[in-house]
Design a protein around this ligand. Structure first.
Ligand code: NAI
Ligand code: ISE
Length: 336
């Protein structure tokens, strides 16, 4: 059976996912669209030759005969759409963040538990990236013994004018928040934020770069540099230092050039290119799980909740300058 997908939010990443489902992946079809700007849906229908039904609201789209919903709208709108879809018993792939408050994440968790099986996957695509998967395997095989410290960086060449200091957490650091606790199989305990000297490439109201020091329950100390006007490229770094050795996220493969007395390698400029393969694998995995077993295995609503609670503490740490505790509820057996 071909999975019938409805998309809520036909902006940048919505279109990326529509393109991959339509032109690259197998087993699914985009049959329904909605957006607060309905013209955007018309454009998408034409651009990808979809002939999808355009619904004026997410409520009507969810009530149609779609099997699954992609939630790719603005982050603040995710929770209400996801809740409606879960209450209707529909599968959901929700781009990060699952919701912008921990309370809303809890409402989604409660609705999903009431339904009785997992319906929601959150778009933390790094778990599907080949390099991060190698790190995960190395950790599972205890290649470097007990992990002690992590040094990570999330660098963008530049960001849009509406990017604010807290978005360094809610838009950017959120990816590290998810994938680092997954790599370590450990929960966060506290976080402190540091503001180094500001780059002259950032707008005056944006603190850039920022450094977050996270401590886990097992005592691992993690530093993540978020530097979103680094100018030189899109660069993701992750190094895990253990008792027996060090492992590092591989660089994106690229030819080395020897020319004019220089030895060089290209650095990517765009997050879409850096994680293109991970998005493909992530969405194919969602489609396959729903079609073949109706059992989702990707990042869950609980992972969305962890990210939300941790992000709240990170944002608080930005203004307090203090170590802020990260306090999670006990994990329900449902998400074990
Ligand atoms: P965008 O602004 O390009 O697109 C969002 C679309 O949603 C717009 O067309 C807007 O009109 C529509 N929209 C807003 N509120 C709506 C509502 N209540 N109902 C229906 N449509 C609504 O934003 P972008 O970059 O596509 O981001 C969308 C989401 O995807 C965000 O949550 C963002 O954080 C996430 N994202 C995830 C990435 C990843 O690497 N996993 C990368 C980029 C974005
Ligand atoms: C963007 O919203 C994303 O989610 C990308 O994955 C991230 O790397 C980028 O920094 C964000 O702006």
């Amino acid at each position: 059976m071909t999975l019938k997908i409805g998309v809520v939010g036909t902006g940048a990443i919505g279109r990326e996912h529509i393109d991959r489902v339509t032109n690259k992946l197998a087993g699914a079809k985009i049959v329904a669209l909605t957006d607060v700007f309905l013209d955007a849906c018309k454009q998408v229908n034409e651009q990808f030759d979809l002939n999808a039904t355009i619904y004026p609201t997410d409520t009507e789209l969810i009530a149609s005969d779609v099997d699954a919903i992609f939630v790719t709208s603005f982050g603040g709108a995710h929770a209400e759409t996801v809740l409606q879809a879960v209450n209707a018993g529909k599968f959901v792939f929700c781009e990060k963040p699952l919701a912008t408050t921990a309370e809303d994440c809890k409402r989604i968790i409660e609705a999903e538990m009431k339904h009785g099986s997992r319906l929601v996957q959150v778009g933390f695509m790094r778990r599907y990236d080949a390099g991060y998967k190698q790190l995960k395997r190395a950790m599972e095989n205890h290649l470097i013994g007990t992990p002690l410290m992590l040094k990570c960086a999330h660098r963008n060449p530049t960001v849009a004018e509406n990017y604010t200091t807290d978005m360094a957490v809610t838009d950017t650091l959120i990816h590290e928040i998810d994938c680092l606790h997954w790599l370590l199989e450990d929960d966060y305990k506290n976080v402190q934020a540091y503001f180094p000297r500001q780059t002259s490439h950032a707008r005056v109201y944006l603190q850039d770069p920022q450094i977050f020091m996270l401590e886990t329950k097992k005592g691992v100390v993690i530093s993540v540099e978020v530097f979103v006007n680094c100018v030189y490229g899109y660069d993701i770094q992750c190094e895990i230092i253990g008792e027996e050795g060090i492992i590092k996220l591989p660089e994106v493969p690229s030819i080395t050039v020897r020319k004019e007395e220089q030895l060089s390698q290209a650095i990517l400029n765009d997050w879409k290119e850096r994680f293109v393969a991970a998005y493909d694998v992530e969405i194919q995995d969602f489609i396959d799980c729903v079609r073949k077993s109706k059992k989702l295995t990707g990042p869950s609503s609980w992972d969305g909740y962890i990210a939300s609670v941790t992000a709240d503490a990170c944002v608080k740490a930005q203004t307090s300058g203090q170590k802020e505790p990260i306090i999670l509820q006990d994990k329900p057996a449902f998400y074990a």
